[in-house]
Design a protein around this ligand. Sequence first.
Ligand code: PLP
Length: 866
Amino acid sequence: MISAAADSRWVVLKFGGTSVSRRHRWENIGRLMSARQNEGLQVLTVVSALSGVTDALKAMAAQHGDAAAMAAGAEALIERHRGFALELGLASEFLNPRVDALRRLVSDVRAASGAFAWQAELLAQGELWSSTIGARFLASLGLDLQWLDARDYLTSREQAIQTDWSRYLSAICDPRPSVAIRDDLRARGSLFITQGFIARQPQGDTVLLGRGGSDTSASYFGALLGADRVEIWTDVPGMFSANPRLVPDARLLRQLDYDEAQEIATTGAKVLHPRAIAPVREVRVPLWIKDTERPDFPGTEISAESAAGAPSVKAISMRNGITLVSMESIGMWQQVGFLADVFGIFKRHGLSVDLIGSAETNVTVSLDPSDNLLDAGTLEALCSDLAQVCRVKVIAPCAAVTLVGRGMRGMMHRLSELLAEVGARRVHLVSQSSNNLNLTFVIDAADADGVVPSLHALLVRARLTGAEGDPVFGPAWRELEGLRPAPQPSWWHGVRPALLDHAGAGTPTYVYADSVIRARAQGLLDLGAVDRRYYAIKANPHPRILRRLAALGFGMECVSSGELAHIRQSLPELPLDQILFTPNFAARAEYQQALELGVHVTVDNLALLDDWAELWDGREILLRFDLGRGLGHHDKVKTGGEKSKFGIGLADLEQAVASARRAGAIIVGLHAHLGSGIFDVGHWKSVYSDLAALAERFPALRFVDIGGGLGVPHEPGEPALDLGELDAALAEVKAMYPRYQLWIEPGRYLVAEAGVLLARVNQTKRKSGAQFLGIDAGMHTLLRPALYEAWHEIVNLSRLDEPAAGRWQVVGPICESGDILGRDRLLPASAEGDVVLIANAGAYGASMASNYNLRGLVREVYDDSI
Ligand code: PLP
C-alpha cells in the first residue's frame, strides 16, 4: 500500500447494472458514499451501464452493416436514458453531448466494417451514460462530487498472445499505486464517480475490459489509489459454500484469502468476476462483497490473510458445458516434444486448456467454453490437426465439479463419502490442482443434476463446512433469507372475496388472473435477444389465454392435430406462420395435415424423412435435436438425454443432412427442448450455442428454437428466474450468430402463477396419528403432484388468518393411493365446506385433468378483473 503520513485514505465502491437502474438504488448509492466520506475516506464509485444497455449496444454492433437498424437502436437507447433522467427528476438537456456521441458512432465510417476499435467505443457508451446521469442525480441530492473519465486513469497493455479482438474488447491494464494521481484527486475533492468496463490504449483508442469488466475496473482503481478496500455491491450477501439457488443450506463465506476466492470465482461462482482478484491481490488491497439490499450485513471479505480455523472445504462449484479432448498415443513419454506438439495445436486454434490428466499413453484435457470460443467448426478443425499426431476422442457435454479449500490433499481421508457419491456417476477425469487448492471431477453433463446439493449435504455431515462460531463459515442462505423482508404476498391474497365468490359458483374450479398472465408475457416480450415467442398451449389451452397471448404478439406451439384445430378455432385470424407444430410419434396424417395447412412443422425422427419421403419434397421444416442431456425439476419432465424418446441424436447429424436432402426437405430451423422447470440460464445459452454451432450444415437455416422450460418458483419468496441474466446470456450467443433468428416456446412460465385451483373440503379424518384433509379436487383435477411429485402451496382460503393446527395430508376423492395433493402441510383445523386454494396451478393443471372414476371435469374461469 502507499505510505504517506498525511496521505488520503480511499475506498472504491462498485455498483452493477441492476443497482443503477432505479431511483431508490441511486439514493442508496448516495447514502453509502456519504457514509464512507463520514468515515474520513475519499470515495470513488465505479458504475456499470443500466441493465440491458450493454446488450443493446452489442446488438447494434452486430448490425454494423445495417445503418437504419443501428440508428433505430441508438434512438431507442437515447429515449431510454432520457426517460430515466426524467424518472430521476432531471431535465435531460445535460445528456445532449452523450446523444451526439452515440449518433456520431452510428454514422462513423468504421461502422461499415464493424472494426473492433469502433465496437469498443460504441460499447463504452453505456457506462458513460449511466455515470453521467448518476453524477447529475447525486449532485441534485446535494453531494459535492466530480465525474471522472475512467479512460484517463486506466491504460491497457499488450498481452503475450494478443489478437485484435482481445486488444480492444478484452484488454488488460497494469495499474500501479500512484501518489501523483492520489494527490491530484485529493486536491479536487473527496467524492468521485467513474465508469466500469472501459480503459484506453497508450495510443488513445478506447478499449473494454471484457466480461465482468466493471468488477475488474473497481479492482484496478483500488490498486491505483492504494485504497483501504474495494467494496463490490451486488444483490447477494457474499460468496457461499455452494450456489445458494441450488443449495439453500450453503453457508456464507465470511473470510477468504485471495487464492481461495480466485479458485471459487474461477470454478463457477458468479458473484465476482475471476479477473477482479489479481489486481488487488498484488497490492494487498482487501476486497469486500456486500449486499445492496442489506448494507449492514458483513458480507465476504477477501484479503491476504487466511482465516485461522480447522481445514475445511470452502466451496463446491460446478461449471457446465465442458468439453474433454482425449489424446491417445503409444509410448508418448518416450517421444520428446509430444506434449509441445499437442499444445502447439491448441494454441494455433486459439483454445486455452483448463484441466489436464495424463497417463503413459493418454493425455486428456478440458476446454472451458467460458474462455474459449468453441463451436463445432473449431473443434472439428482442432481434432483433424490433432489426428496427425495421435488418436483423438471428444467427450462432451461434461460438467466439472470442484471442491475448493486450502490444503485439499491433507483432507482426502475425510472425503470418502463424497468420493463415493461422485463415483456413482460417470467420471471422465479427476484433477488435483498443483497449488493444493482444488479437487475437480469431470462427469457427464447428463449426470450433473443434483450432484452439488448431495455433495454439499455430505460435506456438512463430515463437518467440513466449519462448526458453530467458525470464523469463515457464516449463516446459511436459508437463515439469511429468513432475515430478508417478508416476500411479497402472492396476488391471490389481495382478491380473496372474488375467489370465494368463484368457489361459490361450484368447485373444483381453476381461476386464471389476466393481470398475472400479462405481467409474465411482458417479461418475455422484454427479452431483447429473442425474435419470436410461441406459447406452448399444452400448458393451458384455455381460449381466453390463447387470445390474450396472441394479442400481445405471441405465436402458438402445438403438438397434435387436436391442439392445432383448437388454435385455428380460437384464433382464426392468427397467421399460419405464427403456428409451430412439434409432435412426437404422431401419425402420418397429422404431419400431412399440418404441412398442407402451411404451419411450421418440426421433425424429430429421421425415419419419417426416409419412410414418408413424399411428404417433404420442397417443404421448409425444423429438425428437433436431442443435445444429449435433459434438465428439469423431475426425471419425468426431462426431454433430452440417452433414454429420452424426443429428438434426433447428435450422432445422427450427418444422416439428418443426407435424409433431408434425399427427401427434398429444406431445413430452415433447428429446435431443442430439453426439459421443464429450469432456473439455470446457462442451460438456454448452451442449447442456443449448441444448435447454432450445427447451423453450417444447413445452408437454408433461418432460425434456432431453444424450446421452453423456464422455471417458476414453487414457494413464495423463492428467487424467480432472472430474465435479465437470461437475456444477457442469450445476447452473448446472438452476438456470435447474428444471422439466425432466436425463437422460444415457453408454456409453464406464462401461466403457472396466474392460475389457482379452488376446492372444497369434503371430509376430514384422523388415523394412526395422521390427519387427512379430503377435498373435492384430486389427481383427476391436478395430476402434477402424483405424476412429478410437484409441490404446490395449499391454504385454507376460508380461514387464511387462523393458526395452523398440525400437519395435514391433503388428499382427493380418487380411488388411488397416489391421490395426494400435498403431504404434511401446516393448515388450520378445517371443516366440511371450507374453500381450499392450491397455488401456481395454471400450467399443466386443467390441461391434464380427466374424468377418471367418472368424476366431472373441472370448471375454469378466466377473470379479467384480477
Ligand atoms: N416445447 C415443447 C416441444 C415441449 O414439449 C414443451 C413441454 O412439454 C414446451 C415447449 C413447454 O415447456 P414449459 O411448459 O416447461 O415451458
